[in-house]
Design a binder for this molecule. Structure first.
Ligand SMILES: NC(=O)c1ccc[n+]([C@@H]2O[C@H](COP(=O)([O-])OP(=O)(O)OC[C@H]3O[C@@H](n4cnc5c(N)ncnc54)[C@H](OP(=O)(O)O)[C@@H]3O)[C@@H](O)[C@H]2O)c1
Length: 305
């Protein structure tokens, strides 16, 4: 069974078990809890970093999923993006740890019909063991107005505490912004990073104005970011905002945006989970440093590594 002692061992004194290739402040991270930002529609505090749909969850690998989720909870994290096959293992984890209140699950539903969405909600309730889901995130734009009004009724009937829309493509931005204008959206999930900064133009400011919680996906553009930075030296000035790795460089850039509530990253590796969650501690870059960061990463796209 995973314990705080084992966690400290893994992240600190026992590098032979999980060799870390980056300097982090592990003991401090393990005892401190991630900072939180309030969900605008309720004031409920949400930790600033969470997990995407790891292949470990999708494949139903209970041992690896347990290791990853224990690390998330040790750091004080809560948000896990889920849906479809990845929910079963999360339910198993919460049952074995009695941790239904500790994880905040963002459930993606893909159907575009009332029956289909309701069916996915019922399957999620069963798999997760949560009668009242934390968050249902629509994924389909088809017949959106009608499906959204049904979703609001199901929220009213306590099938879910929050409702939102999850997307990662710019052609979804306009219809989702129109939805945000209704003032009924609790959450959006959207792609945003130094390599995909477009959401900062209009989506993130509108979310801020309308009191919508923002969860960010694709912080590493599904790994493409690492193929750009790999083998390169982290600049010394990254220390000015307590950044110890290229992963943290991206996550801290995103977290410094004032509209962002929580950033999701996806990993199958416990040492990467520790690296990513460590980005929640210490200082964040100011606006002029963020300009410098994006300039640096853009220069990598133009020159060979
Ligand atoms: N709603 C939507 O339309 C949508 C679309 C895309 C994504 N999402 C959500 O957002 C989540 C994250 O986005 P994403 O899938 O694009 O993944 P991502 O988090 O941008 O990148 C994941 C990749 O980065 C690697 N990685 C993670 N941490 C690392 C670290 N510290 N050092 C080195 N490599 C590291 C992972 O490999 P390892 O396994 O080796 O660590 C994996 O290859 C998804 O899981 C999903 O939940 C939603």
């Amino acid at each position: 069974m995973f314990s705080r002692r084992k966690f400290l061992k893994m992240t600190g004194s026992s590098l032979a078990i999980v060799p870390l290739t980056f300097p982090i402040a592990p003991v401090e991270s393990a005892t401190k809890q991630l900072p939180t930002r309030p969900i605008p529609s309720s004031g409920e505090p949400l930790p600033v970093l969470g997990f995407g749909q790891s292949a470990a969850f999708r494949k139903g690998d209970l041992a690896l999923s347990t290791e990853l989720l224990d690390i998330l909870i040790e750091f004080g994290g809560r948000f896990v993006d889920t849906g479809g096959s990845s929910q079963r293992v999360l339910g198993q984890f919460m049952n074995q740890r009695n941790a239904h209140g500790e994880l905040f699950l963002g459930t993606n539903v893909f159907s575009s019909t009332e029956d289909g969405i309701l069916n996915e909600i019922h399957q999620a309730q069963q798999a997760q063991g949560k009668k009242n889901l934390d968050l249902v995130q629509l994924r389909s734009l088809a017949d959106l107005d009608r499906q959204w009004s049904k979703l609001l009724q199901w929220k009213e009937a306590d099938l879910t505490r929050y409702v939102g829309f999850a997307m990662s493509r710019w052609n979804y931005y306009e219809p989702v912004m129109a939805l945000m204008e209704t003032g009924t959206v609790d959450f959006i999930q959207v792609n945003y990073s130094m390599l995909e900064p477009e959401a900062a133009d209009r989506v993130l400011p509108l979310a801020h104005d309308k009191g919508v919680a923002v969860v960010i996906n694709r912080p590493f553009v599904n790994g493409r970011y690492f193929s750009l930075v790999s083998g390169r030296q982290l600049p010394e000035w990254a220390q000015e905002f307590d950044c110890d790795s290229w992963a943290q460089f991206s996550l801290k850039y995103i977290l410094a945006h004032p509209s962002v509530n929580c950033v999701l990253s996806e990993t199958t590796k416990p040492k990467h989970a520790v690296d990513n969650l460590s980005a929640g501690f210490g200082r964040l870059p100011d606006e002029s440093t963020r300009e410098r960061m994006i300039g640096l990463v853009r220069s990598f796209t133009k020159e060979p590594g």
